[in-house]
Design a protein around this ligand. Structure first.
Ligand code: AFP
Length: 280
């Protein structure tokens, strides 16, 4: 897998350079989930496809920006599912965004998930890699990713990153979110899942939620290349995840490459409180 990680590093360095391009306009196309595609969404997907298809460890690629799986080499063992530019609708306001990678062995499902990576394109280019533990790397002046520190979740945090349109939340969810604010939690939500969860990991705790809503009963976030990799990372850092009913998001299975699910990621205290609220 070392070679694959080196190829991912190469791809994210190339994307970070591409993001200096001031053209944050939309292309004329949509992705499989019906999201309008920015030119930079398409370009980032092309960069990752071009770079990773040269890696002999890659069996196939699954992308938020591709309708179908792209088979590369059936003799290789890793299927990489990725969101090439998570939070891209925030590029026009210059917020931090990122690329998310899930590394599955032979089959793209949660039980075959072996590692997860995300990049953060912010004031600095950073990379978080999770295998046995979760480590933060930062691009140095020699264009090498230098280890900064291990990321670990505390038992309880102070951050409440509550996604989705509040008007469309269930009463259960509204009451749960309000109960956290009543305890003094602070709202920290940018609209880029990767950056919002990165903040919780770096600050040591809290909760990120994107629930079922009236207009999206299966939630908005995609299982294979957003929810599963970030759940893997949060849990390897000592955190917890759920869809409100299952003990962990990694117990879920889906057939559709672009399936979505309600999802919650956080410290033990917040996820236990969430399960109590949803299971009551
Ligand atoms: P974009 O990639 O289109 O900006 O969407 C980002 C995202 O998929 C995820 O990163 C955010 O958490 C979520 O959408 C934000 O959705 P809302 O705008 O509905 O809060």
């Amino acid at each position: 897998m070392k070679e694959l990680i080196d190829f991912i590093k190469k791809a994210v360095i190339e994307i970070s350079k591409e993001l200096k391009n001031p053209d944050t306009s939309y292309s004329s196309t949509e992705n499989a989930t019906g999201d309008k595609q920015l030119k930079l969404d398409v370009k980032s997907d092309l960069i990752i496809t071009d770079v990773l298809s040269k890696c002999k460890e890659v069996k196939a690629l699954i992308s938020e920006e591709k309708d179908e799986i792209l088979n590369i080499n059936d003799k290789a063992k890793f299927i990489v599912a990725y969101d090439p530019l998570d939070g891209s609708s925030l590029l026009d306001v210059n917020f931090s965004v990122g690329s998310i990678f899930a590394i599955y062995e032979q089959e793209a499902n949660a039980k075959n998930l072996k590692a997860a990576v995300y990049s953060i394109y912010g004031p600095r280019l950073e990379l978080v890699f999770a295998y046995d533990k979760v480590e933060l790397f930062r691009l140095d002046k020699d264009e090498q990713f230098a280890l900064v520190k291990e990321l670990k979740m505390s038992q309880k945090g102070k951050i409440n990153a509550s996604g989705g349109t509040q008007r469309d939340w269930s009463k259960t969810h509204s009451d749960f979110i309000k109960s956290l604010f009543d305890e003094g939690y602070r709202l920290r939500y940018s609209g880029a899942m990767v950056s919002d969860i990165h903040q919780i990991l770096c600050k040591g705790g809290g909760i990120f939620s994107y629930p079922a809503t009236k207009n999206a009963p299966n939630g908005k976030l995609r299982a294979l290349f957003e929810v599963f990799p970030l759940a893997f990372i949060v849990q390897k850092a000592g955190g917890f995840t759920s869809d409100g009913f299952n003990d962990t998001l990694l117990d879920l299975t889906f057939k559709d490459l672009h399936a979505t699910t309600p999802c919650f990621f956080g410290s033990k205290y917040e996820i236990d409180k969430l399960k109590d609220a949803y299971r009551a």
